[in-house]
Design a binder for this molecule. Structure first.
Ligand code: ATP
Length: 476
């Protein structure tokens, strides 16, 4: 980060309680509140996320989001768009096509260098990404499948999926499934700038699918072959890029913290010089302490003018910007926060998971699993639970449910004991449960509202319920 005074078009760096570590910081996760096995099992059991095409044995590196998973993932994306676009005047969205002109990927460098080192174990014939393998004392690779040290020489394996447009499968009709969303923001830069009448500094943001033919997909939705990204390219005047880089690091750190990630589980790791991508002048990773290791959630890179200059060169279009206030023309530099929707979702799930002792309605101590998701992320905000299926209770419970539906995603659940229903809602992170009982219909037209985290119960009049929940949901 630059220590010179900020130029006038650069904001102060937001306050943030950042933990910053060296490139070679230890990646050992240590003990976690949840193991990956438990998280995968919970997600499957509750229909949050499960293996794609499971009845056919599944497809490696592909996962499906079920009803609650869709809601959770939508909330992650909505929180990102709110912070990056809605609350600002200087960032505009696009939704670009996944298939792009093949020259895009030549200009970006992906055709030549978007590769991982592929090695094959000569003993069991399994293939691995060489830089993900353990080595022994003398540096030779160890096969995680059979323990052999006998590997083929590494070869550069391109991660882009290839396909063809139209009926002929030849090189002229070859296209790629985009491996990142970023390139559309560069290719569309001039048009978006002109039509949205934005002035540098400004950003273009996009949320969408990307595809990478990962050699070894692993760790549930952490490394998959089809995923979603939330990327934003922020175009700035050269010379202000370092300050903007610092700004976006703090801003993105605060986003994770505001949505509940605990400080001890988050850190900013600087990239070493030899780790930098071909386009980058400086990159940091936002890392999360996943149960398996500290790993990347998001990269925040200073991409310089690499992309705009390459696309100018390859397309023959001048992508420079005329800064009327300064009366100068330049190729903007770009600061890019690039996050993964699936990795962020996994981090929010892991961070929210707790196993606690709780006292049941009958005074018994029981174990409860609770997802303490922040309120904006919780897939279901409120559950309506009639004490029983008694016909006296049902009309009022249905009435309360219908009253809440226009405001929040809610669930009506009348199956099983009330204690079981509380546990079911705790397990998927529903912040509030509303119980309709005989007193509600016979005496006070009030319901019992139970708070997920404190398990405190409060009696609230039905006519006041929406504003009561609204106040509390805004808080978390
Ligand atoms: P890694 O080093 O883990 O392969 P990367 O540095 O190549 O990731 P970027 O190109 O910076 O990743 O992509 C930005 C973000 O997109 C990542 O921080 C991550 O959240 C997400 N992402 C990238 N590859 C995958 C993948 N295979 N599965 C899920 N998310 C991914």
């Amino acid at each position: 980060m630059s220590d010179t005074l900020p130029a006038p078009d650069v904001p102060a760096i937001p306050e943030a309680d950042i933990v910053r570590v060296d490139p070679e910081a230890n990646t050992d996760a240590g003990p976690h509140d949840v193991s990956m096995e438990t998280m995968v099992e919970l997600c499957k059991r509750r229909g949050i996320i499960f293996q794609s095409s499971e009845i056919y044995g599944g497809l490696r590196g592909a996962w499906d989001y079920g009803p609650l998973g869709v809601a959770l993932k939508e909330n992650v994306k909505a929180a990102w768009k709110r912070s990056m676009i809605q609350l600002r005047d200087d960032i505009v969205p696009i939704d670009a096509s996944i298939l792009m002109h093949p020259r895009v990927w030549e200009a970006s460098g992906h055709v030549d260098v978007f590769t991982d080192p592929l090695v094959e174990c000569r003993n069991c014939n399994q293939r691995f990404r060489a830089d993900h393998l353990e080595t022994d004392d003398d540096g030779s690779l160890i096969c995680p499948n059979c323990g052999s040290h006998d590997f083929s020489a590494p070869r550069a394996f391109n991660l882009m999926f290839r396909t063809f447009v139209g009926p002929t499968e030849d090189t002229a009709s070859q296209v790629w499934l985009r491996p990142e969303t970023a390139q559309a923001m560069f290719v569309d830069f001039a048009l978006v700038q002109l039509t949205s009448r934005q002035k540098v500094p400004f950003g273009i943001a996009q949320v969408g699918r990307s595809f990478r033919n990962e050699i070894t997909p692993r760790n549930f939705i952490f490394r998959v072959r089809e995923f979603e990204q939330m990327e934003m390219e922020f175009f700035v005047r050269p010379g202000t890029d370092d300050q903007w880089h610092g700004y976006w690091i703090a801003q993105r750190w605060n986003w994770y913290r505001d949505l509940g990630i605990r400080r001890e589980n988050l850190r900013i790791r600087d990239h070493a010089k030899d780790e930098l991508s071909h386009y980058s002048k400086g990159t940091v990773d936002v890392e999360y302490r996943f149960p398996f290791a500290w790993s990347e959630l998001e990269g925040i890179a200073n991409r310089t003018d690499f992309d705009l200059s390459r696309h100018s060169e390859f397309s023959g279009r001048d992508l420079s910007y005329f800064d009327a206030e300064r009366d100068e023309r330049y190729l903007p530099y770009v600061v890019e926060p690039a996050a993964g929707v699936d990795r962020a979702t996994l981090a929010f799930l892991c961070d929210a998971y707790r196993e606690e002792e709780a006292v049941s309605a009958k005074g018994k101590t029981e174990r409860r699993v609770v997802l303490k998701l922040s309120h904006p992320l919780a897939p279901v905000k409120v559950a309506v639970l009639p004490l029983s299926r008694n016909e006296k209770l049902v009309p009022t419970a249905r009435e309360v449910s219908a009253m809440l539906k226009p405001h929040w995603v809610s669930q009506y659940d009348d199956a099983g004991s009330i204690g079981k229903r509380y546990r079911r809602q705790d397990e998927v992170g529903t912040p509030f449960c509303v119980t309709v009982d005989f007193e509600t219909v016979e005496a006070d037209r009030a319901v019992t509202v139970r708070d997920r985290d404190t398990m405190q119960q409060e009696r609230v009049g039905i006519d006041r319920l929406v504003s009561y929940l609204d106040d509390r949901l805004q808080l978390g």
